[in-house]
Design a protein around this ligand. Structure first.
Ligand SMILES: *[C@@H]1O[C@H](CO)[C@@H](O)[C@H](O)[C@H]1NC(C)=O
Ligand SMILES: *[C@@H]1O[C@H](CO)[C@@H](O)[C@H](O)[C@H]1NC(C)=O
Ligand SMILES: *[C@@H]1O[C@H](CO)[C@@H](O)[C@H](O)[C@H]1NC(C)=O
Ligand SMILES: *[C@@H]1O[C@H](CO)[C@@H](O)[C@H](O)[C@H]1NC(C)=O
Ligand SMILES: *[C@@H]1O[C@H](CO)[C@@H](O)[C@H](O)[C@H]1NC(C)=O
Ligand SMILES: *[C@@H]1O[C@H](CO)[C@@H](O)[C@H](O)[C@H]1NC(C)=O
Ligand SMILES: *[C@@H]1O[C@H](CO)[C@@H](O)[C@H](O)[C@H]1NC(C)=O
Length: 475
């Protein structure tokens, strides 16, 4: 009898889930050029699509996303973008919204939840989110730029096949999320207009057959003005792979609170098809693979277990970069950058524990002896060419440029600007660079900057301001 009851219960349960079966909400589109968000917002507010649902922007439609969207917390929901989405194309409209007190912080905001997928289209013609960034870049407009997608507070999230076209500012941020997989996404922040870069880029032999080099070159000059990070990783257990990123700022920024992040297979694609044989992602232009900045205003940083590997960096300002603010606090540990191929990069490896905003004034006289400690940093297999000819990076608006390093010659494959310490009070422990093979573009001797009073271990090369001489740990 008891057995029978259970069977009934199961059947009833089956019936009730059938009643609340998977729902698909196809976002309606106004044919009169109106904002398409109010109808969507109303449907989301009904709560009918907060779980076990797909929210579909359908193919064949270009949706007007003229106001920011905040999705409710979701359970088992997929936001599927098969159509094109467009931001307002005029700058003041966006600036007014971003500057208003109700602005949620990003144009698209996820409020959290479980098992949430943000999916684009695999059709090359559709599924693009057009930020109309060109006008912003041309005007060098940096006031009230919106962030793009805040994929926040989600456990078990997927971001796949998304395509961002000329985004205005930052692209994807994942703070507070855990168990995230981001793959096959494409960010094209490449300008199609004006102002050639002041330095001849794309100079290596493999690039000469690229007919697009000029426009791409301009693009980087431009995009660089507009910090637009590819992925800002905050959160736990995240895998980023096979993403294509052409943009102005960091390919990846790892912020405080990030734990167990794996970023891999990000290689450029644009030209040199030969390189593509076994690589399908891309990081070009922009500032590099960054941890930080951490410890701003004395805040306590907490970053651990980061692996960044198999990345090709081309024409970026930095290869691998770590920066923490002077007077900061906390710890970053177990960070590896491995198999990094760089071309035409002025700073292949750059670590600073003494960062400050050179745009605001001289180095602050902090009385704090606090700083963000670093431990178990490994730079392994860095191969490529160092840009050591005179250049001005596009984001430089001052003299010296914000990225200038006092005393540097421009021929350094590695700069370790560590916080001074002694004995057990060293702020940097077990920082090692091994398998480093750099060539300057002029053929001049490769150098390093490092102060032996700031680190106790063998860093893999003679720790001085001088020629690069590998040591035992560096082999
Ligand atoms: C969603 O579907 C799952 C089964 O797939 C079910 O257990 C759950 O109750 C559903 N949630 C809602 C709110 O309908
Ligand atoms: C939400 O579901 C209820 C009940 O099924 C229905 O009456 C209502 O019209 C739905 N609202 C929307 C926006 O789909
Ligand atoms: C997670 O969501 C997807 C839709 O995005 C759905 O197909 C899948 O069944 C969900 N997983 C679970 C465990 O409910
Ligand atoms: C969708 O948007 C992208 C980027 O703006 C554009 O290149 C593409 O042509 C659009 N697709 C259609 C079918 O209009
Ligand atoms: C270091 O981080 C990696 C992930 O990037 C992880 O696999 C490894 O276990 C960590 N090592 C230690 C000693 O915590
Ligand atoms: C820092 O201190 C030095 C000497 O004490 C002083 O000359 C300098 O102006 C101070 N800098 C700032 C930013 O206060
Ligand atoms: C230094 O760090 C300690 C411990 O985190 C904190 O209590 C103290 O206020 C910090 N000092 C300054 C000057 O920030």
């Amino acid at each position: 009898m008891r057995f029978f009851d259970m069977k009934v219960a199961v059947l009833l349960l089956g019936g009730s889930t059938a009643a609340s079966a998977w729902k698909v909400y196809t976002v309606p589109h106004s044919t009169t050029g109106q904002d398409d968000t109010p109808a969507l917002v109303a449907a989301l507010a009904s709560g009918n699509f907060s779980s076990n649902a797909s929210i579909l922007f359908k193919k064949g439609v270009t949706y007007n996303i003229f106001t920011p969207i905040t999705f409710p917390a979701f359970t088992n929901v997929e936001v599927h973008i098969e159509g094109n989405l467009t931001y307002p194309s005029d700058i003041p409209t966006i600036q007014n919204i971003v500057g208003s007190s109700g602005f949620p912080g990003a144009w698209f905001t996820f409020s959290g939840g479980t098992n949430v997928t943000l999916r684009g289209s695999t059709d090359p013609k559709w599924g693009w989110v057009d930020g109309h960034g060109q006008a912003w870049w041309d005007a060098n407009q940096q006031v009230n730029r919106p962030h793009g997608w805040a994929f926040s507070k989600i456990s078990n999230g997927i971001i796949r096949d998304m395509k961002l076209w000329k985004p205005i500012g930052w692209n994807f941020a994942t703070s507070g999320s855990s168990n995230l997989h981001a793959f096959n996404n494409k960010i094209v922040a490449v300008s199609s207009t004006k102002v050639p870069s002041p330095r001849p880029r794309f100079s290596s032999a493999s690039d000469t057959f690229n007919s697009h080099s000029l426009s791409t070159q301009c693009a980087h000059f431009h995009a660089v003005h507009l910090e637009s990070d590819g992925f800002s990783a905050g959160g736990t257990n995240m895998l980023f792979e096979n993403n294509h990123i052409q943009n102005g700022d960091d390919c990846l920024t790892v912020g405080s609170g990030a734990k167990n992040i794996h970023f891999r297979e990000c290689v450029r694609e644009t030209y040199a098809l030969a390189f593509l044989a076994h690589s399908n992602s891309y990081c070009e232009g922009g500032h590099g693979l960054s941890i930080g900045s951490l410890g701003k205003g004395g805040s306590v940083a907490d970053v651990q277990d980061i692996l960044i590997e198999n990345v090709q960096m081309k024409n970026t300002l930095y290869g691998a970069r770590f920066k923490s603010w002077t007077g900061g606090n906390g710890l970053a540990r177990n960070v590896t950058w491995k198999n990094i191929f760089f071309t035409n990069v002025p700073f292949p490896i750059y670590v600073t524990q003494n960062y400050w905003d050179q745009g605001i004034g001289p180095k602050p006289n902090t009385t704090s002896t606090n700083n963000t400690h670093i431990q178990d940093f490994l730079f392994q297999n860095f191969v490529g060419t160092i840009e050591d000819k005179p250049y001005v990076e596009g984001s430089c608006v001052s003299d010296p440029c914000w990225y200038a390093v006092p005393g540097a010659t421009g021929k350094e494959v590695a700069i370790l600007d560590l916080y001074p310490g002694t004995g057990s009070l060293f702020s940097a422990n077990n920082v090692v660079a091994k398998g480093i093979l750099g060539f300057t573009e002029t053929g001049a001797q490769v150098r390093v900057m490092c102060s032996s009073t700031t680190v106790s271990n063998d860093v893999g090369f003679k720790c001085w301001d001088g020629p690069f001489i590998p040591t035992r740990a560096g082999l």
